[in-house]
Structures are given as C-alpha cells and as structure tokens.
Design a binder for this molecule. Structure first.
Ligand code: SAM
Length: 277
C-alpha cells in the first residue's frame, strides 16, 4: 500500500517522538513494507486510518509498541567487529585489575537487540576470568545489563534461543559448543552465561531516574538512526551515567566527534573506542 507525503510526515514525526528514529524522505518505502502487516491486522484502509487509530484509541499504547517493533532494525551478530571484545580483554579488564578496583564493574549494552552483544560480553568476561587465578572473584564483580526498546527483542534475548542462521553470524564452533546447547532445532545459551546478564525494556529517550552508574557502555549501531540533535542528547545522557574514566563503544563508523567533547579517543585492534574525560 502506498503512503502519501502527508501520511509519511505524520508517521515520521510520531516515530521520532516515540523512539528517536529519524526517517528521511527516501524511507517512505520502508514504512510501506514494514507497516503492511500492521495495516492488515488492524483492519485499517490506509496509513491515515492507522495514524488516527494510534493517536486516538484505547489501543494506542499497544499500537505504538507494534509500530516500534515494525520500524526498528534489529540486525545484530555475535562478537560484532571483534575489536571491542579484544579491548575488554587486552586493556580494560587488566586496567581494573591493575588499579585494584574492588567495586563492581557495571556494563550496559544499550540497544542490545536479541542479545548477541551482551552474550558476547559475558562470554568474553568468562573466558578472561578463566585465565586468572582470582578469576571467579573478578567475574562475580562484573554485572551486565542489556536493554532495548523492542519488547520482542528483549524477550528473545531473555530466552537466549537462536536458530542456525543467527548462530552462524559471528560465533565460532568452539564457542558454540562451549556456551550453547542444542534444543530441538535451535541453540540455547547455557545457564552459566545467561545468569551473567539482566535484560530489561528501556527506551533511550526516557532514561529512568537513578539509572547507572556504569563503567562500560556499548551503544553500537543504535544512534545511526537518530538525528544529530538526538545523538548529542543521548551522548550527554550516557556521559552522565558513566563513571569518570568509563569506556564507551559505538559502532564502526560512528563517532562522538561533532556530538560530544566529553570523551577521549582510544585505539585498539583496528577499532576506536572512547573514554569519559
Ligand atoms: C541495529 S540494532 C544493534 C544491535 C547491537 N547493538 C549491535 O550492534 O549488534 C539497533 C537496536 O537499537 C534498538 N533501538 C532503537 N531505538 C531505540 C531506543 N530509542 N531505545 C532503545 N533501543 C532502541 C532497536 O530496537 C535495535 O534492537
């Protein structure tokens, strides 16, 4: 079904207001494709009807969630780009050990989609700890939270069950056999790794009061969908929940430059990450 310019403008504003995702004019096809099912499901005749239903009926909250499910891109993989995980093992964890930091190390995977990112962090932590005499104590101090605006993605992450296609995107056979087990046609993350992560619904536009503080934040391939103004705001919010000297990982090709001057640049294993000044 075709979307008119007027309908597109209404949805564009609504989507940006609810989840921050900014759609330029070239993305009309995206709404036509992704909202097709929602239009059929709701019995709406066109995009205008759907907009009216979302804005004006008691089903509004549910429909907004469905709209967010449809519009978010949840593309993700295990150990994406590798360098963040190398940086944890080669630089960040050893720094905490050298500094004799005894408090907990809190890691936030923001926009974690179906969980591959926080599970990769958990596996990395587990493997790092296995190499140390005091590993178990260090692992106990690491706490990982994975959050996303998509309720479907968070539910999937919590269950921790993946099909063959998802499994073959970044996970080595050795790790697959070590940390997941076959459950029917799917693969299930084992309890030891699952226990290391807490998953929660969270909209980055509405950080709850008293959220954090964190030592390490992954917000990778999330802000690429946001306007420049929103990137500035989100980076400011992240800086406010990061401890001084805390680390920030963005997606490859994403940067703080032009959006925040609160971070220093660090390079490792072919990638760039950031440290709060
Ligand atoms: C492309 S995925 C990135 C997943 C993972 N971080 C990675 O790099 O592989 C982007 C995720 O950001 C989430 N997202 C988009 N807008 C959000 C918002 N306002 N609050 C929280 N999560 C959001 C989407 O639901 C999606 O799961």
């Amino acid at each position: 079904m075709k979307i008119s310019q007027n309908e597109f403008d209404l949805f564009r504003r609504l989507i940006q207001e609810k989840c921050g995702i900014y759609l330029d004019n070239s993305k009309a096809y995206l709404l036509e494709n992704r909202f097709a099912r929602l239009i059929t499901e709701t019995g709406c005749k066109n995009f205008g009807d759907l907009y009216f239903m979302i804005k004006n009926t008691s089903r509004s909250k549910k429909l907004v969630n469905k709209m967010i499910e449809a519009v978010t891109t949840k593309e993700t993989l295990w150990f994406r780009d590798q360098y963040p995980y190398k940086a944890l093992v080669d630089i960040i964890f050893p720094n905490y050990i050298k500094a004799n930091q005894i408090s907990n190390i809190n890691i936030w995977s923001a926009g974690c989609s179906t969980g591959q990112e926080p599970y990769s962090i958990a596996i990395t932590t587990h493997e790092f700890c296995k190499t140390m005499a005091e590993g178990l104590n260090f692992q106990k101090r690491i706490s990982i939270i994975g959050t996303d605006i998509s309720e479907g993605a968070i539910e999937h992450a919590q269950i921790g069950e993946y099909d063959d296609i998802a499994i073959h995107r970044g996970l080595s056979t050795t790790r697959l056999n070590k940390y997941l087990y076959k459950n029917g046609k799917k693969w299930q993350v084992n309890d030891a790794i699952k226990k290391m992560i807490h998953f929660e619904y969270l909209n980055l536009l509405e950080l709850p009061p008293r959220f954090g503080p964190f030592d390490i934040v992954f917000i990778r391939n999330v802000m690429i969908y946001f306007s420049d103004e929103l990137k500035r705001k989100i980076l400011k919010n992240i800086a406010s929940v990061l401890n001084k000297g805390g680390y920030l990982f963005l997606g490859t090709g994403e940067t703080v430059q032009g959006y925040s001057n609160q971070f220093d640049y660090l390079k490792h294993a072919g990638g760039i990450f950031f440290q709060l000044k």
